[in-house]
Design a protein around this ligand. Structure first.
Ligand code: FUL
Length: 518
């Protein structure tokens, strides 16, 4: 049965408009709200001043703003590894090892909600290629397990539960796929040709339906990924984050699969226009470590290079100590194509492994709180992994820890004492607060209104003590958030935030004062 609608995606870059040619009935999804300042080209001839001026003009997209506001997001690593005890599977696991007999995704959702998480990302497919929903394109899936007689669908349960509890849905779909390598698809050297997505299979339940169909360039494996993305993004409701890992898997050194990033991004944009494409993607950057820690001075405006196939990547090392200051912009310039809004995501597991292992224990509340200060408190988004166990449940110790973590961060910054204060902003980047009476403060939360980009390079916080303005603390970058901890409470009625160095006009989004109760 022929597909009745066919769309050709201009897949040059993730932010390029998706063009549906010759098919007026189909309104191409809002792939690209105008995003002119998301990625600004630079040239080797730019002076340092011109580079900084360009950096000051870079702006987040609506999608990135929505992602940034989540602050705390969760990862759920779950799959055959949960049962084999491995961290990286082999691709030839017996699907019958997957037996989460007590699977209760509502329990996951409640624990994450109580922990204050706004989005959760499930490993729908890890590097072993085992998928947690019944895919038409592989036998390495829940459908081949005797669990629930082959009728189990973890992705369905997960997505339904998260939405019931008000948590947004994200999907991790590993580009590396050991099972497809064993099947001769991954890294098989096939040519990149135009493929029709979805590619209907024998007995496909979608046959005859009026499906949007896309013509996209891909290798055999690239098409496999596109077909799985199509299933996940059309059959499970709205998705807000698609997480592409950078690993290539354990394949022989003479084999390589060059990922069809341009086509993958274009399909995600078309089918899930609100989804941030993370890590190996244009919207969200890996912070550069798996410890959940952002740099003390974290920039969201990053020099990038065009690696071909639609993917832009770091110019400076992913873990460079400084990847966005004026000096870093100059250092990166010879190899940079552009400056891009590319904010940091801090991924870390609550346990030593990404997958559940019975002999491991969750981190302490102190450790998690420290991670929170170093991630959310430095303008990044925290992505905390909490792995379900072999019953298909989040372990009781982890559930309790998530709740304690939430309660602890609530006590770190219990109430904004600046609410209701008399506020005076002067044009020179100073905000002064009069709290009406002397008030003890030991935590300060500041933010730029990042709709106007990231501009602050240095700020000081001052309090009027004995009639004199006294520096209480200072910081470099601010961005989406900066939480500062004072070594001891300072008591004062008048407080002010003074921007002492910036790239351009600063829009202060927040100047909050807190007294912790810890
Ligand atoms: C890594 C993967 O190799 C790990 O298994 C895990 O999924 C982590 C979040 O990303 O690159």
């Amino acid at each position: 049965m022929p597909l009745t609608r066919r769309h050709f995606l201009a897949a040059a870059t993730a932010t390029a408009a998706v063009a549906a040619t010759g098919v007026p009935a189909f309104a191409a999804p809002a792939a690209a709200p105008t995003e002119p300042d998301f990625r600004i080209p630079v040239s080797p001839d730019d002076t340092p001043q011109q580079l900084v001026a360009k950096a000051a003009r870079v702006r987040p997209t609506q999608r990135q703003l929505a992602w940034q506001a989540l602050e705390k997001t969760a990862f759920l690593h779950f799959g055959v590894n949960t049962f084999t005890g491995l961290e990286w599977g082999t691709g030839d696991e017996d699907p019958n090892v997957f037996q989460p007999t007590g699977l209760d995704t509502d329990q996951w959702a409640r624990a994450l909600r109580d922990g204050g998480f706004k989005l959760a990302i499930l490993t729908v497919k890890h590097h072993d290629g085992f998928v947690l929903y019944p895919s038409r394109y592989t036998n390495h899936s829940v459908a081949s397990s005797s669990w629930r007689g082959g009728a189990g669908d973890v992705l369905r349960s997960f997505a339904d539960s998260m939405r019931t509890y008000g948590i947004k849905v994200g999907v991790y779909i590993s580009p590396a796929d050991e099972n497809q390598y064993l099947d001769g698809v991954y890294a098989n050297g096939s040519a990149r040709t135009t493929r029709t997505i979805p590619t209907l299979v024998d007995g496909d339940g979608r046959t005859g339906r009026d499906l949007p169909s896309y013509a996209l360039d891909a290798t055999d494996y690239g098409a496999h990924m596109l077909n799985q993305l199509y299933e996940v993004l059309t059959e499970y409701g709205p998705v807000d984050e698609v997480w592409f890992d950078g690993a290539q898997g354990r394949i022989p050194p003479d084999k390589v699969e060059k990922y069809d990033w341009d086509s993958w991004y274009a399909l995600v944009r078309a089918l899930a226009p609100n989804a941030s494409i993370a890590v190996s993607g244009p919207d969200v950057r890996w912070v550069g470590n798996e410890g959940g820690m952002a740099r003390e001075n974290e920039w969201s405006v990053i020099p990038v290079k065009d690696t071909g196939n639609g993917k832009y990547d770091y110019v400076l090392p992913y873990d460079a100590e400084d990847n966005g200051s004026r000096e870093a912009l100059v250092e990166a310039q010879p190899n940079a194509a552009a400056l891009q809004w590319w904010p940091a995501e801090c991924d870390v597991s609550i346990r030593p492994g990404w997958f559940y292992h019975a002999d491991q224990q969750p981190k302490t509340v102190e450790q998690l709180t420290d991670i929170w200060y170093r991630s959310v408190g430095r303008g990044a988004v925290l992505l905390l992994n909490v792995p379900p166990d072999t019953d298909g449940l989040l372990p009781a110790a982890d559930v309790a820890r998530l709740k304690e973590f939430r309660e602890r961060t609530d006590r770190e910054l219990p109430r904004d004492l600046a609410r209701g204060a008399r506020v005076r902003d002067d044009g020179a980047g100073t905000r002064t607060l009069d709290l009406g009476r002397a008030t003890a403060v030991d935590r300060i939360r500041i933010a730029e209104d990042i709709r106007h980009g990231q501009q602050v390079e240095h700020v000081v916080v001052e309090a009027q003590v004995n009639g004199a303005w006294t520096t209480v603390t200072e910081a470099g970058t601010v961005g989406a958030a900066r939480i500062l901890v004072l070594p001891a409470p300072v008591t004062a009625r008048r407080w002010r935030l003074r921007v002492t160095q910036a790239r351009s006009a600063v829009y202060i989004g927040e100047f909050g004062l807190y007294k912790s109760q810890v």
